[in-house]
Design a protein around this ligand. Structure first.
Ligand SMILES: [Fe+2]
Ligand SMILES: [Fe+2]
Length: 263
């Protein structure tokens, strides 16, 4: 596993990203926690048709681009995949696509229809339905529609040659986590979800957890926290099946007034 630092124009400031190869040409680009209790990851797949999964915030663009450039020329990017329409997933999308002449933005078909076609994004875009795939050369992507985990337009990605799952905001681990985590952080995950209130209900999440258990991926690459292997997955899955973690009156650590929660 290689690990180097990459920095944008704000070099020497905390706005720099670490890049580490996790498995077979799949790199994790990470901004460690700074103003938030979580770090922010993007994933780069180095292949004939290089692919970036999540872009990071608008202001993270320079640092993420510098990290990508440590592995390949960002002009070569073929696909920029966003799991849902939220700033940390897609804040840099237009600039990554603009720089790479053959690149396409990839989102769920629903996300394209309700968000991207009506935003100020004017570049090429491809909408995916459940089961659709993309051939990257050596790697192959398969898309899952996972509505309401945690957004209406949510999309997860499976890389089939490594059986890697990119679950976006499922399996979050707060704190500064290494590229690969080895410890059971399920309790910390649940505590974060309860405080942040990112899931409306447990049911859609548990349906997707069932599907993940059937896939039994060798690797899971959350966008907040560290990647982990299938040995650790049952701890996280069991916690999501058995414990309460959906919205219960807390939004990002702030309790809503009683009036806003009263039935
Ligand atoms: Fe999100
Ligand atoms: Fe996220």
């Amino acid at each position: 596993m290689t690990q180097v630092s990459a920095a944008g124009p704000e070099a020497q400031t905390p706005n720099k990203a670490q890049i580490s190869e996790i498995v077979d040409g799949i790199y994790r680009i990470c901004h460690p926690p700074r103003n938030y209790p979580i770090g922010f990851n993007q994933f780069l797949i180095d292949d004939e048709r290089p692919t970036l999964i999540h872009t990071g915030f608008y202001d993270s663009y320079d640092a993420v681009r510098a990290a990508v450039a440590q592995v390949l020329d960002p002009k070569r990017l073929a696909y920029v995949v966003i799991g849902h329409f939220e700033a940390d997933e897609c804040g840099g999308m237009d600039r990554f696509v603009q720089e790479a002449p053959n690149s396409v933005l990839v989102a769920s078909e629903l996300g394209v229809g309700v968000n991207l076609n009506h935003w100020n994004y004017r570049g090429p875009v491809k909408g995916m339905r459940d089961g659709d795939g993309l051939d990257l050369g050596h790697h192959r992507l398969r898309f899952w529609e996972t509505p309401h985990v945690h957004h209406w337009d949510s999309l997860m990605v499976v890389e089939e040659t490594t059986t890697s799952l990119f679950p976006a905001d499922l399996f979050i681990q707060p704190g500064d986590q290494p590229p690969v985590v080895k410890e059971n952080l399920a309790r910390e995950m649940l505590g974060f979800y309860r405080k942040a209130g990112i899931f409306a209900h447990e049911a859609p999440v548990r349906q997707v957890v069932n599907r993940i258990e059937r896939l039994n991926p060798a690797w899971i690459h959350p966008m907040h926290g560290g990647s982990f292997t299938r040995e650790l997955a049952p701890h996280f899955c069991r916690a999501l099946h058995e414990e309460q973690f959906a919205f219960n009156g807390m939004l990002r650590g702030r309790e809503l007034p009683e009036e806003a929660r009263a039935a």
